[in-house]
Design a protein. Structure first.
Length: 322
């Protein structure tokens, strides 16, 4: 992606022509390419968020496994002691004598009693040994799971580091593209147009627990986009929606695709304020619906939380948290 962005910078530089009409054409092309670069950047950001969600889940599991292994080790030690005690008890009862020795017992009644006792002890011994083997198996299984989990965590940490490097590189190129865009706008005497509606009042009143989520999102307007952030001073798209619904008491993962899987699907005609709107086929963007065909969202790097119409990006679906 970084290579494509670098090539894009070179291509844009070649189009910097002095004539106003040519400058306007260059601005339009640059706008299109910035949109494309920002779209690609957001894909990587949401991939980063998803891997981070998985890593946090695995770290929690690792802690639980560690506690499980400690308990299994304790049970294993108890089973070892039980086997040792039973072996000593069996030896004391019959002196470890074979059955042929028992046949010489003078009393037939005593002989039967000893056979019955030996049988009981043998059954107890089998159960105790089986318990020991089961405890060993559980302990080994838990240790194998912990080892596999550690390996998976190491891989995820490597993926996060690689994604972070790519994101930071892409942001540098995107920043350079925007600087060139501003230079073109200044030369052409034009001002950048904002997509955001001038009226940011809530077009519809939210009800129930959704009211808290919408009110929170409205309070974040104007705060900067920052990848991987869930507030309180900056947000990315899924960070904003997860923070908004957390205020309403509903926990959502910090990832658009995971949020899509966690909500109840609704149709467009069922939309009400507080519902989430998901965008693109790979679900790389999400906003919180506020009614009248509008949403509050954290658009992309270099921009701020704002109100936009939901139809300015391809919609993948709608969902209702809670």
């Amino acid at each position: 992606m970084a290579g494509r962005a670098a090539a894009l910078v070179t291509a844009v530089t070649a189009t910097l022509l002095p004539a106003p009409a040519q400058a306007q054409a260059s601005i339009a092309e640059l706008d299109r390419r910035i949109d494309q670069a920002a779209h690609q950047l957001e894909t990587v950001v949401e991939q980063y968020n998803e891997i981070r969600v998985d890593l946090l889940h695995n770290q929690k599991r690792a802690g639980e496994l560690s506690e499980t292994i400690e308990e299994l080790d304790r049970q294993l030690a108890i089973r070892h002691d039980q086997v040792g005690q039973l072996a000593a008890s069996t030896y004391r009862v019959n002196g470890n004598r074979p059955v042929v020795t028992l046949l010489s017992t003078a009393s037939a009644e005593n002989f039967v009693d000893q056979l019955l006792l030996a049988d009981v002890l043998n059954r107890d011994n089998e159960r105790t040994i089986a318990g020991l083997q089961a405890a060993r198996g559980q302990s080994e299984s838990a240790r194998h799971a912990a080892t596999a989990l550690i390996e998976r965590q190491q891989l995820q940490e490597q993926q996060l580091a690689a994604n972070r490097q790519q994101i930071e590189s892409d942001i540098r190129h995107l920043t350079e593209l925007r600087a060139r865009q501003r230079a073109l706008l200044n030369r052409a005497g034009a001002a950048a147009a904002s997509r955001s509606p001038t009226n940011t009042r809530l077009p519809e009143a939210a009800t129930g627990i959704a009211a808290a989520a919408v009110s929170f999102a409205h309070g974040q307007l104007g705060k900067p986009y920052r990848w991987g952030s869930a507030g309180p001073y900056s947000y990315d798209c899924s960070g904003l929606t997860s923070a908004a619904w957390a205020r309403a008491g509903v926990q959502l993962p910090h990832n658009a695709r995971r949020q899509f899987g966690a909500v109840t699907r609704v149709g467009k005609d069922q939309l009400r304020p507080g519902d989430l709107v998901f965008f693109y086929s790979n679900i790389q963007h999400v906003g919180i619906y506020i009614g009248a065909g509008q949403m509050i969202h954290a658009p992309r790097h270099g921009e701020v939380v704002r109100v936009d119409r939901i139809d300015h990006m391809p919609i993948r679906g709608y969902g209702r948290p809670g």
